[in-house]
Design a protein around this ligand. Structure first.
Ligand SMILES: Nc1ncnc2c1ncn2[C@@H]1O[C@H](COP(=O)(O)OP(=O)(O)O)[C@@H](O)[C@H]1O
Ligand SMILES: [Mg+2]
Length: 258
């Protein structure tokens, strides 16, 4: 008797957290995002790269619900969230840190994260939210700054605060748009460690980044965009060796090979 072999699936590929199918976004005459499809698996760190103007931030805005797509569909944890507003997506498990950091400047660091926790997925009361905020400040290395006003933080601390605020909403998928921008190399390494710890806590991460060493160190898989479209997808090694990717970066300021 021959044993029946179970279907071969890698563990991560069983579990899709985010699936985009044919997403497009038109601004007047410009198709900023054009027919973008990708899948993100649970626990995966997925990087979206591409030259300036490729449509990365617009794609993130489609994922988080800042914009409705002109066409296409988006599933979050198996649910079609295409028509859902930003807040509903947040409650459904999508967290986002913004490229332009925007905490409430006069509130303390701790209060800022508490707001995130109150806004988040499960209904939380104020004492619970305050406690969760303290935990997150520990995790993101901001505990010593809890009672400072947010506007007193350095750039690196601002980025940490932004990640803490997004995590406070208890996301299963965290979206990050160039959170390493403007950081010195040593600071970027600290930020890399933070993103890694977020993944280790069970959160899937989708991040946009133009600093290639960061992409190389963090990304399980890389999606490359150019002129609104996905032109390549694969490991860091695969995409940086892809001639279409190399040509898309030609003449830009970004050094493709880290
Ligand atoms: N709100 C908007 N209105 C009109 N055009 C926009 C808007 N946002 C982005 N664009 C345009 O869409 C294209 C993609 O922009 P963006 O998504 O910001 O690219 P990236 O983040 O990859 O640099 C660019 O040509 C940009 O000028
Ligand atoms: Mg951008």
């Amino acid at each position: 008797m021959t044993a029946v072999m179970p279907a071969r699936t890698t563990p991560d590929q069983g579990n899709v957290v985010l699936r985009a199918q044919g997403l497009s976004k038109r601004f007047g005459g410009l198709l900023a995002v054009q027919n973008v499809s990708f899948t993100q698996y649970a626990g995966e760190i997925l990087a979206v790269i591409g030259p300036n103007g490729a449509g990365k931030t617009t794609l993130l805005n489609l994922l988080s619900g800042v914009y409705r797509p002109t066409s296409g569909q988006l599933w979050l944890l198996g649910n079609d969230v295409t028509g859902h507003a930003m807040e509903a997506r947040c409650h459904a498990g999508l967290g986002r840190a913004f490229q332009i950091v925007r905490p409430f400047p006069e509130m303390t660091v701790h209060e800022n994260v508490t707001v995130g926790a109150l806004f988040g997925k499960r209904g939380m009361n104020l004492p619970q939210a305050r406690e969760r905020a303290y935990d997150l400040l520990e995790r993101t290395g901001l505990a010593a700054h809890a009672d400072k006003a947010a506007h007193e933080l350095t750039l690196l601390q601002d980025k940490r605060l932004e990640v803490a605020r997004a995590l406070a909403t208890q996301p299963q998928v965290l979206l990050l748009d160039e959170v390493m921008a403007g950081l010195r190399p040593a600071e970027a390494q600290e930020a890399v460690a933070l993103v890694r710890s977020v993944q280790e806590s069970g959160v899937s991460v989708l991040f946009i980044e133009h600093i290639m060493p960061v992409v190389r160190d963090l990304a399980d898989r890389v999606v490359v965009m150019d002129q609104g479209q996905v032109i390549a997808e694969g490991t860091y090694r695969e995409v940086t060796a892809n001639p279409q990717v190399v040509s898309a970066y030609l003449g830009t300021e970004t050094e493709l090979h880290a």
